[in-house]
Write a protein that binds this ligand. Structure first.
Ligand code: RP5
Length: 183
């Protein structure tokens, strides 16, 4: 079963709550959207309301402070922050809010995202960032982790998350298809 089939499953469609942003997706640049859009797609699949903004720690520092300090008051419960290179956005965001911040290292051109990963993961003790994998996998898992956090206090979302996991499990064949073998 493909991701598209997951997306079209009626049991996983957004409910009325999806219009209310509970997750904030922020990224350092427009160029990060190719990665962070995978988090957005996953949240949509699970019917979780979100918003997405470009917030650069170094190019728009005032926007970062305004966003992070206002996030909880506006009803956000989790922030997914993606950045590449000297990726200080997730850590600086976490410095300005008590909300859980999930960091997604964007795959950079120069160092394939290893720079982003080390920048985000190596937070000194005291200001946490939950760091995910580099690139698409990290973006998707950030959304799934956000869903798991929100599901602690949302039984309907918990049921949707369980249904999504069950579909994923059911989509794994027991034997490899012959035509997928590497020549
Ligand atoms: C970071 O610099 C962004 O998060 C982005 O990953 C990287 C490159 O930004 P652009 O030069 O593409 O705007 O701030």
């Amino acid at each position: 079963m493909s991701e598209t089939e997951f997306d079209s499953d009626p049991d996983l469609e957004a409910d009325a709550q999806a219009a209310v942003p509970l997750v904030g997706i922020i990224m350092g640049s427009q160029s990060d959207w190719a990665t962070l859009s995978h988090a957005a797609t996953q949240l949509e699949t699970l019917g979780i309301g979100f918003e997405s903004r470009i917030v650069s720690a170094h190019r728009t520092p005032d926007r970062l402070v305004e966003y992070a300090t206002g996030a909880a008051g506006r009803g956000l419960q989790v922030i997914i922050a993606g950045a590449g290179g000297a990726a200080h956005l997730p850590g600086m965001c976490s410095a300005w809010t008590l909300l859980p911040v999930l960091g997604v290292p964007v795959e950079s051109h120069a160092l394939n995202g290893v720079d982003s990963l080390l920048s985000i993961v190596q937070m000194p003790a005291g200001v946490p960032v939950g760091t995910l994998a580099i690139g698409r996998a990290g973006a998707v898992n950030a959304a799934l982790l956000a869903a798991a956090i929100l599901a602690l206090s949302d039984e309907a979302l918990k049921a949707r998350l369980e249904a999504w996991r069950a579909l994923q499990t059911a989509a794994v064949p027991e034997e490899p298809a012959a035509d997928s073998a590497v020549p």
